[in-house]
Design a protein around this ligand. Structure first.
Ligand code: AMP
Length: 282
């Protein structure tokens, strides 16, 4: 695996790959890698000829500085895992390399309502930071295929919008969430949970499953109330949201017509750790 720390070296290296007409796959991450990240890598390797992964804990997407400070860093382990998984190139840039003109964006990204709904409402500025870092990384790598996890469903919608706005010839491949046998979605943040916390956290998956199982045409609020109760009983403290939304626009849906494509999404705190998950319902 090639390890590359400088943006200029990355573009030079990738030019030789794209000149050879080899399709490039890209897996952007913030490190603290787990099986979910490695699944993206596996899918990229299967679908392209050269896989680039990046590890960069992007400061501009953390609306809470304490969350940024607590973000787990396991770089040596990550490099080994990527090497063993057959990653071709790891881009490991510094903040100065990603943001040569500083971290303050020239102008805000037009993310439409995605900036205001769900994660957008609870993490002001988060998706602006995500768009900012992805604009830069995608300009540098310009992959044929970009691999991202459905685990961050709203983030995928933001990136799809960014790709469309820039008219980039990049295919966004959304990969299903990899879960622990217990149902808990794998996440770098799970490392901060106790063993009992990991067990209790499975309630988020159970709540989403109960929404899927209970889905009937008509008002959705009663189902959401029972879902919230399930989370509270399991010990979740603050529930930012447990919501059912249109699978494309993420606008809230109050009553189902039996046809609309829906996604259920949740964000809630357990042991001070903010966990998110989602599930398509129909
Ligand atoms: P992160 O390092 O958390 O920014 O995640 C990097 C990429 O891995 C994003 O596209 C995530 O959606 C994806 N990802 C994170 N957790 C999982 C998971 N459990 N299953 C599949 N993809 C995931």
């Amino acid at each position: 695996m090639i390890l590359c720390k400088k943006a200029a070296d990355l573009t030079n290296l990738l030019k030789t790959i794209s000149d050879a007409q080899t399709p490039i796959g890209f897996v952007p991450t913030m490190g603290a890698l787990h099986e979910g990240h490695l699944e993206l890598l596996k899918q990229s390797k299967a679908a392209t000829g050269f896989t680039v992964a990046s590890i960069f804990v992007n400061p501009t997407q953390f609306n809470d500085p304490a969350d940024f400070a607590k973000y787990p860093v396991t770089i040596d382990k990550d490099i080994l895992a990527l090497e063993l998984a057959g990653c071709d190139l790891l881009f490991l840039p510094s903040v100065a390399d990603v943001y040569p003109n500083g971290t303050v964006p020239v102008k805000p990204f037009d993310l439409g309502r995605l900036d205001q709904l769900l994660e957008g409402a609870f993490r002001p500025g988060h998706f602006q930071g995500v768009a900012q870092v992805m604009q830069r990384l995608l300009e540098l790598v310009m992959p044929d295929k970009l691999f991202m996890g459905r685990k961050d469903y709203q983030q995928c919608m933001v990136i799809a919008r960014l790709i469309a706005q820039n008219k980039w010839p990049i295919e966004l491949c959304m990969i299903d969430t990899v879960r622990e046998p217990s149902g808990l979605a794998m996440s770098s943040r799970n490392m901060r949970l106790s063993e009992a916390g990991k067990e209790a956290a499975t309630a988020i998956h159970r709540a989403l499953q109960s929404l899927r199982a209970g889905l009937r045409p008509g008002p959705l609020e009663p189902m959401l109330l029972s879902g919230r109760e399930l989370l509270e009983q399991a010990g979740f403290g603050k529930i930012d949201y447990l919501a059912i939304a249109d699978a494309q626009t993420l606008e809230p849906v109050e009553s189902w017509d039996g046809r609309q494509k829906l996604v259920a999404l949740a964000a809630a705190f357990l042991e001070g750790v903010r966990l998110i998950d989602n599930m398509t319902l129909s």
